[in-house]
Write a protein that binds this ligand. Structure first.
Ligand code: 8YV
Length: 319
């Protein structure tokens, strides 16, 4: 009986906290092992050989060592567009496909990028605090920085980068970008690297994938190029920015300000950043609307269902 059950209900390892809606849907179709700590062999040893799928999110780690511990692994489904925590090469070596949730979150992440740009330039959180503290009767608040017509640099011109550029065009912004290679189909100016791009823009929005290839890409040199009137917005991964260099730059007026949705060691944000007045900080909410998280959950689920019913995956990550 239990054998039939096992065969009917694939066993999945969930390595990240998932939305209740997705967790409940998974529990109806699969046997779920929830957040078993990968480094605790005692807890893990018994179930590891039966795990056929792993469910992760954008921040979770699925390293080579974990994949090696799962001999029956068939699929890894990531709730998120970013999969920098997953060792895709190790999975593909084993013939294990990895899926993610592209497209469905483009609008939300692009909206937040623009929102942070406006919030930091127009000092919306500071203005809100000013009114709440009843400082208004004592005189007007300091003037802020105009956004419309400004020069925008986008680091990473993938799907979300293009959604950001599309929105920025409505603000009459002059748009330039850097990416691994130019995109001839786009009518924006290409720069070969982040430093040369930063030197010619007022706002630099970072939306490039995380991982080894982009680690520390926005370093002291890029920040210096952005300059004392420039603003940095990061909606990508904390790892893309050299965080200590950013803190130095903000503290010393090397750049004007920053809007940050992602950090190096989330959910921990350095005290120095939290105390600064020229930053707007949000807790990794780029895709965090009910509508989008539900769409992401659905896609995460549908990829697993496609796999376990022998159908083609909806959104596999390229080899
Ligand atoms: C989410 C993300 O943070 O899609 C990504 O890469 O970073 C996010 O949308 C995440 O996966 C939800 O926990």
């Amino acid at each position: 009986m239990s054998q039939t059950n096992t065969a009917e209900r694939p066993e999945l390892l969930v390595v990240a906290p998932l939305m209740p809606f997705l967790m409940e849907a998974l529990c109806r179709e699969y046997t779920i092992h929830d957040r078993i700590h990968v480094s605790d062999p005692a807890a893990f040893g018994g179930v590891a050989p039966r795990i056929r799928g792993v469910v992760a999110n954008g921040e979770a780690k699925v390293p080579r060592e974990l994949i090696a511990q799962l001999p029956a692994l068939e699929v890894i489904s990531v709730f998120g567009v970013g999969y920098d925590g997953v060792d895709v090469a190790a999975a593909h070596e084993r013939g294990v496909p990895v899926t993610n949730t592209p497209e469905v979150l483009n609008d939300d992440v692009a909206d937040l990028a623009i929102g942070l740009m406006i919030a930091v330039a127009r000092r919306i959180p500071q203005a809100d605090r000013f009114v709440r503290a009843n400082e208004w009767p004592n005189g007007p608040i300091a003037l802020s920085r105009k956004v419309t017509g400004g020069r925008l640099g986008v680091v990473g011109m993938g799907r979300i980068g293009q959604a950001i550029a599309h929105r920025a065009a409505a603000f009459n912004m002059e748009i330039a970008y850097t990416a691994r290679s130019p995109r001839p189909n786009l009518n924006y100016t290409y720069y070969p690297d982040a430093a040369s791009l930063a030197a010619v823009v007022d706002f630099l929005i970072v939306i490039t994938p995380g991982g080894a290839g982009t680690r520390g890409m926005i370093d002291a040199r890029v920040l210096k190029a952005l300059g004392p009137d420039g603003y940095l917005i990061n909606v990508a991964r904390g790892s893309v920015v050299d965080q200590p260099a950013l803190i130095d730059a903000l503290r010393n007026g090397v750049i004007a300000g920053a809007g940050l949705d992602v950090f190096v060691n989330e959910p921990n944000v350095p005290e120095e950043l939290r105390a600064m007045l020229n930053v707007v900080l949000t807790p990794h909410i780029g895709s965090g609307t009910k509508q989008t998280r539900e769409a992401m959950g659905q896609l995460t689920f549908d990829n697993l269902r496609a796999h376990f019913s022998g159908k083609p995956l909806l959104t596999p990550v390229d080899a």
